[in-house]
Design a protein around this ligand. Structure first.
Ligand code: C5P
Length: 290
């Protein structure tokens, strides 16, 4: 039996840095949202060990890959092994959580394949060892993340938005963006205000209250991102924001938008993905191929 899991990308609709911690991380409050852009993870049982086969030759296929390390965390709990096949669509170094989502998909899939019977909160606890974003992807959908982003409170919301996710031809390194972060002097919306807007479903209000404290740092490192945000807003986007630590931006498009017109706004080398929010991973049912 081979198990196939979808590994969705995420955007951060809201991200506030609350302070620097003593462990080199920053204390955050963030609102995560999985989107329809996704990688695919296939898991095939084998007699022993872990083999990772990735269709993107510039990504590591050994223990530096988070998907491999996710399997290594669960391997001591089984007598068997696994071949992992990774089909990449989510751009990397993009603030879209692709590597973290692949890792969570491996944890979810192996929990089923190896009949480990672990709960989502047990998987999320293991996932936190792999990276701050990985626990969110155990759940997917809409969720609030606190701590360094690893403490997850799923929100049972069904959000309807038309999104344009833009990946520039360059990436940004998460530690570099956090290092460049300086506390904002201007007033920012609170997470409660943002969650109220999200609950109301008012797309214009949601667009207005999108917020990311890391945006100024990313824009300082790459001023062309600020220019593109301005252009998307001038053309009628309801809101536009850096996702996570970048380098991707996402824009909320108005009803009845013309896809070609929006994609036509992107500078050379920038890739655009038209997406919608996804509900939790239960909706993205794992598919078994016998
Ligand atoms: O947890 P993860 O491995 O994804 O974090 C990568 C880096 O991003 C950390 O080493 C740290 O420099 C930075 N980071 C941070 N505060 C967070 C999450 C990440 O400073 N809450």
């Amino acid at each position: 039996m081979t198990i196939r899991e979808l590994a969705p990308a995420k955007i951060n609709l809201f991200l506030q840095v609350l302070g620097r911690r003593t462990d080199n991380y920053h204390e955050l409050v963030t609102v995560f949202q999985t989107i329809s852009l996704h990688d695919e993870v296939e898991l095939e049982p084998c007699s022993h060990g872990i083999q990772l086969i990735c269709d993107a030759s510039d990504l590591p296929a050994g223990s530096e890959n988070l998907a491999y390390r996710a399997a290594a965390l669960l391997l001591p709990r089984t007598a068997g092994g696994v071949v992992i096949r990774l089909k990449k669509t989510i751009p990397w170094q993009a603030g879209l959580g692709g590597g973290s989502s692949d890792a969570a998909a491996v944890l979810r899939g192996l929990n089923g394949l190896w009949e480990l019977g672990m709960s989502s909160s047990e998987l999320a606890e293991l996932a936190a060892q792999l990276g701050s974003d990985v626990p969110f992807f155990v759940y997917g959908g809409t969720a609030v993340g606190t701590g360094r982003g690893e403490l997850i409170q799923p929100l049972h919301l069904s959000i309807s938005l038309h999104l344009l996710v833009v990946k520039p031809p360059f990436g940004l390194s998460t530690p570099a963006v956090f290092r460049s972060y300086r506390p904002l002097l201007a007033e920012a919306p609170s997470v409660d205000e943002f969650l109220q807007a999200l609950n109301s479903g008012d797309q214009t209000l949601i667009g207005k209250l999108l917020h990311n404290d890391l945006e100024a740092a990313a824009f300082e490192l790459r001023p062309e991102l600020a220019q593109l945000k301005e252009k998307l807003l001038q053309n009628g986007a309801l809101g536009c924001l850096l996702s996570g630590s970048g380098s991707s931006l996402f824009a909320i498009l108005p009803q009845g938008y013309d896809a070609d017109q929006w994609l036509g706004l992107l500078p050379n080398g920038f890739r655009g993905f038209l997406c919608i929010p996804e509900k939790g991973n239960r909706a993205l049912a794992a598919e078994c191929i016998v």
